[in-house]
Each structure stands twice: as C-alpha cells, then as structure tokens.
Design a protein around this ligand. Sequence first.
Ligand SMILES: Nc1ncnc2c1ncn2[C@@H]1O[C@H](COP(=O)(O)OP(=O)(O)OP(=O)(O)O)[C@@H](O)[C@H]1O
Ligand SMILES: [Mg+2]
Length: 399
Amino acid sequence: MDYERLKTLIIGSLIVVGLLLVIFIVIVRKLRKEFESSTVVEPDDVFYQNLKTALEKQHALTEEVKRKEQFQNTVLNNISVGVAVFDRYKKLRDSNSFFRTLFNLEGDAKGKTIVELNFPEEFVEFVKGINFSMLFKPFEQRITLKDRVLLIRVSKIKFFADAEGILLLIHDITELEDAKKKLELKNRLEYIGEMSTNMAHEFKNAISTVKGYAQMILSYANENEKSKKYAEKILKESENINEVVNKFLLYAKPLDVSIEEVNTSEFAEELKAMFEDRGFVDFVVMPSSFTFKGDRVLLRQCFSNLILNAIEGVKEVENPSVKVFFEKKNGYSLVFRVVDNGKGIPEDEITKVFIPFFTTKSEGTGLGLAICEKVIARHNGSIEVKSEEAKGTEVIVKL
Ligand SMILES: Nc1ncnc2c1ncn2[C@@H]1O[C@H](COP(=O)(O)OP(=O)(O)OP(=O)(O)O)[C@@H](O)[C@H]1O
Ligand SMILES: [Mg+2]
C-alpha cells in the first residue's frame, strides 16, 4: 500500500468515527433531555395534587367531626340526665333518650311545641313560665309530676349559628326523695323509740316504788285483813306492768346482738326443758346434730314465744299437737318451724300479727311476734306465718 492511500484511509476512518461520535452525543443529549423533561411537574399536576391533599384533609376532618358527634350522642344518650333544647318559641329542638323516655315521647318530636307533645300539665306550665328574655343566669327548680319528682336546671344555649334557645337539664330525683323521706321517718321513729325508752324507764322506777309500798303494807297487814288481799293484787299487777315494760323495752331499744356458734341439739334441749310439762310438744332436729350462727339468748326468747303462741293456739283443741323442727336445708344454716293444729288465725288478722301490741289474748301484750321479727331481722333472716282457721298455724324462721 502506498503512503497516499493509507493516509486517505486513515482520514476517512477518522471522519467516520467523528461522525459516529457526533451522532452518539446528539442521541445521548436528546435522551437525557427527554428523561429530564419527563420528571418535571406540569402545572396541571400541581393543582390536582393540592386538590387531592385538600380533599384528604377534609375527609379526615369530616371523619373526626363524625366521630366526635357520635361520641357526644353516645354520651348524651347514655347519661341519666334528661337533656332538651327548646327554641324561644318553646318548640323542642333536640333531646336525648333519657328525656324522651322520661316523657314517653315517641316518633320524631323535633320541631313540635310543648302542647303538641302531650307533656304532663305540670311540665307544660313550667316551660311556659320560662321567660326567655329574663334568662340571664341559670336557675334550678323542683317540679312534682304525678309519680315523679324532677329537678330542672334551666339555662340559655346557642344551638344553631346564632339562634338562642333554652337548655333544660332534668334530674329524676324520685328515688332520692323517697330515700330522704324514709330517712326522716327512720330518724323520727328512732327519736320516738328513744323517748319511749326513757319513759319506760321512768315507768319502771314508779312501779318499783308502788311495789315497795305494797310489800310494806303486806308486811304490816294481818292474815285476815282485806288490805293484805289488796296489797297482793297491787303486787301482781305491778309485776304484770313490769313485764310489759320489759318487753316493750326489748322491742323499742336497739338490739345488741352477740353472734356465736350454736349447737342445735343442745339448743333444742334447752327449749325442750322449758316446755317439759306439756306432753304434746315434740322436738325434731334434722340432721341430728349441726351448728348455726346466732345470738343464743335472743333466739331462745323468740323461739320460746313462737312455741308459747302455738301452745296457746291449741288450748281448746281435742288432740293438741305442737311440732318444733330444727332443720338444715335449702341452703339455710337453720330452718326453724313450729307447726300446731290449733285454732289458727283468721285471714283478716294474719297481716296484723307482727304489729306491736296486736293481741287477741286477754293476758297478751302483743309484743311477742314483733320482738321476734326484730330479732330475726337483726340476724338477716326471715320469718313467715302460714295459717288456716280451725286447722292450725305454721311459723317458719329461716337463718
Ligand atoms: N300459733 C298461733 N295460733 C293462733 N294464733 C296465733 C298464733 N301465733 C300468733 N297468733 C296470733 O297473733 C297474735 C300476736 O302474737 P304475739 O305473740 O305477738 O302476741 P301475744 O301472744 O298475743 O302476746 P305476747 O306478747 O304475750 O306474746 C296473737 O294474739 C294471736 O292472735
Ligand atoms: Mg305471743
């Protein structure tokens, strides 16, 4: 190859390579430009992006408002306070379920007037009487319906934009009032109890003095003198009065209870010994031996009165029978029963037998069952009387 041809070949190759390089650079540049231009955000995209974010925010806000509203409604509808909003024309704007239940409102009550809603008369009068323009500060009032006592707090409220209305918060205080009355009665009874206990003590002192004088007369009187007979009568009567006063004191005084473990068979033996002379009184202990908790002295007093009542009840019966049961059954620590086949209690008297001083006996005080009921109540137990005239009576004590 000669030099000239070689030179032309080299130059030609260089030109070709240069051209290829230029083409390559142009292509690379174009591709880069295209790539860059594809990542640039068009003005339209920015707008949509912002709109999307704004919508998302609004959605979140709406959800939050909904959640809060739901929460408020849940709270409002689950509180035991009636909430109602009336506008200045006394139309119901809103209310919670407690309010609607309290006044038996059914269906959609919104927008209706107090008269249309059939509220109790006393409530209508109350709402009518609220002077909207004078409602500077909240006030409270108690109103009594037929069977309910309500405490109502009245205040002004903005319920929509700048529309003002009347907010009523209603507390049903019926049970509270009842409890207050019961407490007042209890306090009064306690006071009366205390007073009569003091009086009974005075009585006892006076009787002791009378007894003392009667005993003196008796010691001076001769055997045949009338004064001896009279003095003896005074003594006997004084003792009777003393017994009544003692029983009354037991009924009126607060009971001091001292609980101990009582062995039933021993306890039954003690009672049995008290009535040994009456052959018709039978004692049954089932199971044969068990214990229960109670005040032995007070229960003996109560149970002996129940047995005595039964004995008195069978007085005029041909084949008298009094059965006394001590049983452990039905989950009770003691079921004590006295069953007799005596004259029974007439139906109209059965509700009165626990009333203090109710008696059908010439010598009775009518305090036996009243004391018994009190003793059993102090043991958190129950006492029940079942009876049928001319058939017999059953008294059941459950501890
Ligand atoms: N087992 C019974 N059978 C018939 N009547 C009974 C019986 N138990 C109670 N009663 C009636 O209940 C009344 C009241 O009984 P309670 O024991 O309280 O008083 P009481 O027996 O009359 O007098 P006391 O204070 O002396 O016990 C009796 O007067 C009697 O009429
Ligand atoms: Mg009695």
